[in-house]
Design a protein. Structure first.
Ligand code: SF4
Length: 474
C-alpha cells in the first residue's frame, strides 16, 4: 500500500479528484445515502443532544485525567492475563507488533480494520519484516487488493463502485470463482470464501479498539461484518494497537457511546457485532493477548487547549459525510488515514505541520460548520481550523506577503502617498478587457488572476472625487 510521504499540498492533491467525474458521482451517491439515513436514525432519539453533551463531558473528564485512567487500564489488563506495551510513536508501535508476531512464530496475521495501525503504517512495516498482514474488513480488503489507500474512515473503498470492485476481484483475487459478476451478493460471497481459510489458519490476529474500559481492562470492537469477531477470537495470539485517547473510565460510560456511535456512523440503532474481551480466558479465545498503547503525537495534542478536543473523536465519520469539501475532493487528497474535517484538524496535530500536506490541511474547509453540528462528541472543528489557520499564517508568512504588508503600511501612513498610489492604480483600468475585468496580471499578482479575475480600478478614487466635487481633499 502506498504511503503518504511526500504528498503535495491539499489543493494540488485534490485537483485530479475534483476533475474525475466518476469519482465525484461515487462520492456524492455514497455520502448522500449515508447522511440521509443518519439524520433519520438520530431523529429517533429525543435525548440526542443530551447524549452528545454527556459524551463530550465523559471524554473531557477522561482526557483531563488520562494518566490515571491509562494506569488503571494497564493494571486491569495485566490482572486479566494480558500484557501492556507503551509505544511513544509509530516506529515503536510497529517494532513491538513485529516482534510479537515473530515470537508467535508466525509469518501471517489477520487484521481487523484499525485506524491506529493505518496511522502507524503497520502493514508496510510487517511486510518489510517478511510478515503478511491480511485485511479482513471487506472494504479494507478491496483497498489492499487494489494496492490502494483508504479514502473514508468507515467506508475505506467509498471511491470504488461495484463495477470497479468486480473487475478488481476478477484480476487480483486468486481464488475468485469463475464467472464472478458485479452483483454485490456475489462479490460479498467471493470475499467471504477468500477470507475463510485465512481465518481458520491464522495464529495471530491484529486489531484496534473502539474503546478500552479502565475499570475492567476490557477492549471493545464494533463492526458490521463479523470479520472482527473472527480475528479477535480464533487466533491464539491477539495484538491490539490502541490510541491512548480510546480509554473510558467505566463500563457504564459505554452505554452513552454505544448509543451515539452506530447511529452516527452506519445509521444503525446498534452494531450487528459488538465484541468485548478482557485479558485472556483459559480454553476460550486467544491465550496470548497484548495491548499496545499508542501515543504518536497525542500527548502533544493534549497540551493544546483548543486542539485537544480532536482527541474526543470516536471515528464515526459523520463529519466526512456532510462535508462539501470532502464530497468533491474525496479522501485521498487529505494525505492521511484520517480524511475529511476530522483529518484536517487531527493530522496536523499528530504529525506536525512540517510537510506541505499537513500545513495545508487547516485550509481544506469552507468553515460551513456542518461537521460540528453532526459530531456526536461535539468537536468544534471550525474553531480548531480557525486557530490552526491563524498559527499557520503567523508561522509561514511569505516574504512577498510581508513585503506587500510593509509597502501597504508605508502608503497608508501618508495621505499624499495614498493619493499617488490611487492615481497609479487607476492606470490599471487600461489593462482591463471587455466587461471592465482584469483577467491576467504579471507575477506575483498572477496568483490572483490565475483562478479569478479582478475589477478594473475606477478612473478616480473616492477622495479625488470628493475633492473635485466638494472642493476639499480632507
Ligand atoms: S470528529 Fe466527530 S463526526 Fe467526525 S469522525 Fe470524529 S466523532 Fe465522528
Amino acid at each position: 500500500m502506498p504511503t503518504y510521504l511526500g504528498m503535495p499540498a491539499f489543493p494540488q492533491a485534490a485537483k485530479s479528484a475534483v476533475g474525475n467525474a466518476q469519482l465525484r458521482r461515487n462520492l456524492t451517491h455514497a455520502t448522500t445515502v449515508i447522511r440521509t439515513k443518519r439524520a433519520k436514525a438520530v431523529a429517533e432519539l429525543d435525548d440526542w443532544e443530551q447524549l452528545r453533551q454527556t459524551a463530550k463531558a465523559i471524554k473531557d473528564h477522561t482526557l483531563a485525567n488520562l494518566g490515571t485512567y491509562l494506569v488503571r487500564l494497564e493494571e486491569n489488563v495485566t490482572r486479566a492475563g494480558g500484557h501492556v506495551h507503551w509505544a511513544r510513536d509509530a516506529a515503536e508501535a510497529n517494532d513491538i507488533v513485529t516482534n510479537l508476531v515473530r515470537q508467535a512464530g508466525a509469518d501471517r496475521a489477520v487484521k481487523v480494520k484499525s485506524m491506529a495501525t493505518q496511522e502507524t503504517g503497520l502493514n508496510e512495516a510487517l511486510e518489510a519484516a517478511g510478515i503478511t498482514a491480511i485485511e479482513t474488513d471487506l472494504a479494507e480488503l478491496i483497498v489492499q487488493l487494489g494496492h490502494d489507500r483508504p479514502s473514508h474512515i468507515l467506508v475505506p473503498a467509498i471511491h470504488r463502485n461495484r463495477a470497479e470492485i468486480g473487475q478488481l476481484f476478477r484480476v487480483a483475487m486468486a481464488d475468485a470463482p469463475a464467472g464472478l459478476t458485479d452483483d454485490p451478493p456475489q462479490l460479498a460471497a467471493a470475499a467471504r470464501q477468500h477470507l475463510r481459510n485465512e481465518f481458520l489458519a491464522a495464529t495471530v490476529g491484529i486489531s484496534g479498539a473502539n474503546f478500552a474500559v479502565a475499570d475492567t481492562g476490557s477492549l471493545l470492537v464494533v463492526e458490521s461484518e463479523g470479520n472482527g469477531r473472527m480475528c479477535v477470537t480464533l487466533p491464539n495470539t491477539l495484538i491490539s494497537v490502541v490510541g491512548v485517547e480510546k480509554v473510558l473510565p467505566s463500563w457504564r460510560d459505554l452505554e452513552v457511546f454505544l448509543a451515539l456511535l452506530p447511529r452516527s456512523s452506519t445509521a444503525e440503532r446498534m452494531n450487528p457485532y459488538t465484541t468485548i474481551w478482557s485479558g485472556v480466558t483459559p480454553g476460550d479465545g486467544p491465550q496470548d493477548f497484548h495491548l499496545v498503547l499508542l501515543d504518536n503525537g497525542r500527548t502533544d495534542t493534549l497540551a493544546d487547549a483548543t486542539g485537544r478536543q480532536a482527541l474526543r473523536c470516536i471515528r464515526c465519520s459523520a463529519c466526512l459525510n456532510v462535508c462539501p469539501v470532502y464530497e468533491r475532493a474525496g479522501g485521498h487528497a487529505y494525505g492521511s488515514p484520517y480524511p475529511g474535517p476530522i483529518g484536517a484538524i487531527l493530522s496536523p496535530q499528530l504529525r506536525g505541520v512540517g510537510s506541505a500536506i499537513d500545513a495545508s490541511l487547516p485550509f481544506a474547509s469552507s468553515l460551513c460548520g456542518a461537521c460540528y453540528e453532526v459530531c456526536p462528541v461535539a468537536i468544534n472543528i471550525p474553531e480548531v481550523l480557525v486557530e490552526q489557520r491563524s498559527r499557520s499564517v503567523e508561522n509561514h508568512r511569505h516574504f512577498s506577503e510581508r513585503a506587500v504588508f510593509a509597502a501597504s503600511g508605508y502608503v497608508l501612513r501618508s495621505p499624499r502617498r495614498l493619493a499617488l498610489a490611487q492615481r497609479a492604480a487607476s492606470l490599471g483600468r487600461h489593462v482591463a478587457g471587455r466587461g471592465g475585468r482584469i483577467r491576467r496580471l504579471p507575477p506575483p499578482l498572477s496568483a490572483w488572476t490565475d483562478t479569478r479575475d479582478a475589477p478594473a480600478p475606477p478612473p478616480e478614487s473616492f477622495r479625488a472625487w470628493w475633492a473635485r466635487t466638494r472642493g476639499t481633499g480632507k
